[in-house]
Write a protein that binds this ligand. Structure first.
Ligand SMILES: Nc1ncnc2c1ncn2[C@@H]1O[C@H](COP(=O)(O)OP(=O)(O)OP(=O)(O)O)[C@@H](O)[C@H]1O
Length: 255
């Protein structure tokens, strides 16, 4: 379980002061898939960085499994948009995936098994020995996802992970994420600027207000658990939910 209570983040320096997060409280239950959307620049990335312990909060608290986050936290993994910068170009695919497992001190045999399983889960069994720069953008993002899941996180944070890939790859990766989430039972917080993606993926969509951000609305997504790109997106309930999220974001913008 992930708990954010009274979170506030003010950036200060170089004669500039930006209150990115005003007062934000939310709970992400164990094993759930929550998507976060909001107007451009509202503070989505700032929220994720505070949750990940990569950025200190100005006030408030983040807890993972009841433990306050004060820095990079065991059991928590992050996948960023910029896969090109998150993989090490001089390491082969399997070495990139293995890195956090080495850092965690896992024995070699266990590392090899976890890396193999994670690469198989993202459909990259044949790319063990390749270097990231030999792969397409979508494949590189799969490596980043494999690295996160090999680590067997309790909480997985994703910050617009599919923003830089083409539409077809994006659809495949969305389905991959739902499959991985269901298989691992991980608690997933997924930030996106894409309303359709949020409704398609989520069990719940949280809409943030313009900055200084807070939770503007919290929509349960009552679509069937089995989702597919054609059927789900053609479901009248999908269209209705997308419309409600869109309207809420428009409202949040003009606040
Ligand atoms: N390092 C920083 N120093 C100062 N201000 C920052 C910094 N990072 C972000 N900000 C400001 O904080 C606010 C929120 O930015 P953030 O990147 O978190 O929003 P976002 O919702 O992720 O944006 P986008 O929709 O463009 O992805 C913006 O006003 C931004 O200019």
């Amino acid at each position: 379980m992930l708990e954010v209570s009274g979170l506030r983040k003010v950036y200060e320096g170089h004669g500039r002061r930006v209150e990115a997060i005003g007062d934000l409280t939310l709970t992400v239950p164990q094993g759930s898939l929550t998507c976060v959307v909001g107007p451009s620049g509202c503070g989505k990335t700032t929220l994720l960085r505070c949750v990940a312990g990569l950025l200190p909060a100005t006030a408030g608290e983040v807890r993972v499994q009841g433990v306050p986050v004060t820095g990079p936290t065991p059991g928590l993994a992050v996948v960023f948009q910029e896969y090109g910068r998150s993989l090490f170009p001089w390491l082969r695919v399997r070495q990139n995936v293995e890195l956090p497992l080495k850092a965690a001190g896992l024995p070699r045999q266990q590392r090899t098994a976890l890396v193999g399983e994670a690469l198989a889960a993202v459909g990259l069994e044949d790319a063990h020995s390749a270097y990231p720069w030999q792969l397409s953008g979508g494949m590189q993002q799969r490596v980043a996802i494999a690295r996160a899941i090999a680590y067997q996180p309790k909480v997985l944070l994703m910050d617009e992970p599919f923003a830089a890939v083409d539409a077809q790859t994006r659809a495949d990766l969305e389905d991959l994420i739902r499959a991985v989430w269901r298989r691992l039972g991980v608690t997933l917080l997924f930030v996106t600027h894409d309303i359709d993606e949020a409704v398609y993926l989520g069990e719940r969509v949280i809409v943030l207000s313009a900055s200084p951000t807070r939770v503007a609305e919290d929509f349960p997504i009552d679509l069937p658990d089995e989702r597919d790109q054609l059927g789900t997106r053609a479901d009248p309930r999908f269209t209705e939910l997308r419309g409600r999220v869109y309207a809420q974001i428009q409202k949040a913008k003009s606040r």
